[in-house]
Design a protein around this ligand. Sequence first.
Ligand code: ADE
Ligand code: ZN
Length: 329
Amino acid sequence: MIPLAELHCHIEGAAPSDLVRELAHRNGQEINGLIDENGHYIWQDFDTFLGAYDRVASVFTRAEDYEALAHAYASDLAGQGAIYSETFASTDHAERSGVDAMAYLDALTDGVKRAEREHGIVSRIIPTGVRHFGTEAINRAADITIQAAKTNSFITGFGIAGSEVAGSLLDAKPAFARCGAAGLGLTAHAGEWTGPPTIRDALQLNVMRVGHGIRSADDPSLMAEIAERGITLEVCPQSNIVLKAVPSAAEHPAKTLLDAGIKLTANSDDPPHFATNLAKDVETMVSLLGGDETEIRAMLTRNALEAAFVDEQTRAKLIAKLDAAVDSA
Ligand code: ADE
Ligand code: ZN
């Protein structure tokens, strides 16, 4: 079996609804209208999804809640056959529910380390600013990330998520410059909803990866630039289909992007919100891209490992695992 690797999943977005119910009950918080009787999160569109995400995050009121969440998520991924995981982490959401940002990052780190000891899955944590929380919050998230990365080798990058219509990505340029100078990997959500100009803004942040980036398919010269610069797209096909960032699965532009020479990966984004997991997103990408299944699976994992924000020694070990699996496939 070809091992899996993931670069793009938001840890708060990965919280199962039964855990959220349990924590809300423990805290005495009301969560009316958040989860339906079948355990599905309730939202109607991207904005109401972002609102549901905030409410989910608000029940994680203790650092140890995040340790348990990170451990459960990485362990579940390992069970799906993953050898590597990067999760986005929002220090803003942690602080909003009363958890110190450093304690939050330490707790996530403890959780993924425990999963590595138990299941062998390697993980890294990528704090992200939230675009609709404003430039000051993004700067603060970046500074916390730089501070945390000085002593925590699991914090290896910085990203930005949130609403693509709030402000401009270029407002985050100083934050990204500081994180880049500190040696962190850089990624930005862009081109999930808005078109090529937002992705061009992301390129100005000197990112190595773009979160989603699917709308680059609207512009052949932009696709050529992304391919030329070797930028990897963190594609989240089930998220795009379920959130309706694409009109239908058949209209997802993954194959157009691949044919333009762009490096693609498959990712689950916020899995319980989109009734998905990494294994399902990889399957979806395989069907979108066509071709030899084993080769496509190996390509997706190789692209993820090559673009991972991880030290070279660890990357080499992970790629050797992939190579061994490919040889025996
Ligand atoms: N935060 C969590 N999921 C997101 C997504 N799909 N796009 C932007 N921000 C997000
Ligand atoms: Zn995302």
